[in-house]
Design a binder for this molecule. Structure first.
Ligand code: NCD
Length: 385
């Protein structure tokens, strides 16, 4: 979670209002909301014991992770049954995918998950087509968009848009579940869930005691931050952050992990022989140069490229992952190899199943999926959903 007292609401990310007076008024109200403890904010994401606002990896616990992985597995399997029984599950629910930043996989896998569940779905992907173009403030914009739907999935370049969205919901008369599909450089909790599911499935559900390497842009990669926090829920975890100094993991995240007994290491001179000793996953990331002034002028440091030779030396159960999009950080020939531990594309597809399970969880239909799955296993006549 961001250090709430460090949030500078005067930044130019959020449109707070057309005049300084209006903006200051709303900012003051938001600051009041931020004065709550992180524990109170976490509590506000629950409704009747169920996590309904998926905003931060810090809000998850092991029992939530276990259940969501179980439901993901069940959804994946029952979808193979003719007449797709999942389709009826959320057919009277609607969702808005409100993406203010580019996205391929996250957007499309949310969209595919919504479609699998029979939800009515709409999208805003270009803010120039909305009243943002008329200088509408972001609070009104979000409140307006949310008032026609039963859930809102958002992606935004602002680091605290998750908190902003929660505040808007809490102060509106029609709060709906909200899902963070990537906020600034800080959090991408649903990507972390699908990454975790992938790791868990490829390690026979044994994550305790494993080591992981995050490579590339550890500083600004929101997927790195969120996944590392989830891994920290496990016992005896070791994490190597492999990046040049300028892209190294930030102190706030490192302290968060160390406070939870994760053994962290910063490796700044390249991947070298490290993959050989990693027992969990090597998680590659691209440099997030959309945040740089001199975009794409620097070449990726070749010392941090994952090579075919490294793939050959990976321990048998260690997987190679990447949230994608990838660029030059993985040798291209690897795309043509069939090794079972190259998990990139399976990881991506897992996103659709994981997000299906997440909607089912939010709307309290997860047990229906599990019951149906178990009844299919036990008899030839499955229970209707
Ligand atoms: C990531 C993101 O947007 O943070 N992509 C994704 O959601 N799969 C990673 C990235 O863009 O590098």
């Amino acid at each position: 979670m961001l250090n709430l007292s460090n949030i500078n609401v005067n930044g130019d990310w959020i449109n707070w209002g057309p005049t300084a007076e209006v903006a200051e008024f709303h900012q003051k109200m938001f600051q009041g909301f931020l004065a709550q403890t992180p524990a109170k904010i976490r509590e506000a994401c629950y409704s009747e014991g169920r996590l309904v606002h998926i905003l931060s990896a810090e809000h998850f616990d092991l029992s939530f992770l276990e259940k969501i992985c179980e439901v993901t597995n069940a959804a994946r399997r029952i979808n193979k049954i003719p007449d797709a029984p999942l389709k009826k599950l959320l057919r009277n629910k609607s969702v808005l995918n409100y993406f203010a930043q580019p996205s391929s996989r996250t957007f499309n896998s949310f969209s595919a998950a919504e479609s699998l569940l029979g939800m009515r779905r709409e999208e805003v992907r270009d803010l120039r087509t909305s009243s943002a173009a008329k200088n509408e403030n972001d609070r009104d914009a979000l409140r307006t968009q949310s008032s026609y739907y039963d859930a809102l999935v958002f992606r935004n370049s602002c680091n605290y848009f998750d908190l902003f969205a929660l505040w808007v919901m809490q102060t509106s008369q029609r709060p709906i579940p909200i899902i963070n599909a990537g906020a600034g450089q800080e959090e991408h909790p649903t990507q972390a869930l699908l990454d975790y599911y992938t790791i868990r499935e490829s390690s026979h559900h044994r994550v305790d005691g494993k080591s992981f390497a995050f490579v590339g842009d550890c500083k600004r990669g929101r997927t790195v931050h969120s996944l590392a926090k989830i891994l920290a829920l496990h016992e005896d975890i070791e994490i190597y952050f492999v990046a040049p100094d300028e892209y190294q993991i930030d102190t706030t995240t490192e302290t968060y992990l160390q406070d939870r007994q994760v053994r962290t290491h910063k490796i700044t001179d390249g991947l070298n022989n490290l993959p050989e000793i990693i027992t969990g996953a090597v998680y590659m990331t691209r440099i997030q140069d959309e945040h740089d002034q001199d975009k794409r002028t620097k070449r990726y440091d070749p010392r941090f490229i994952f090579t075919e030779k490294m793939l050959d030396s990976l321990p048998k159960d260690t997987v190679l992952m990447h949230p994608l999009p990838k660029r030059e950080e993985i040798e291209p020939y690897i795309d043509y190899r069939q090794d079972k531990n190259i998990m990139l594309w399976r990881q991506m597809r897992n996103g659709m199943w994981l997000r299906t399970a997440l909607f089912a969880h939010i709307f309290g239909k997860d047990d229906k999926i599990l019951d149906y799955y178990h009844s299919c296993k036990q008899s030839t006549a499955p229970k209707p959903l």
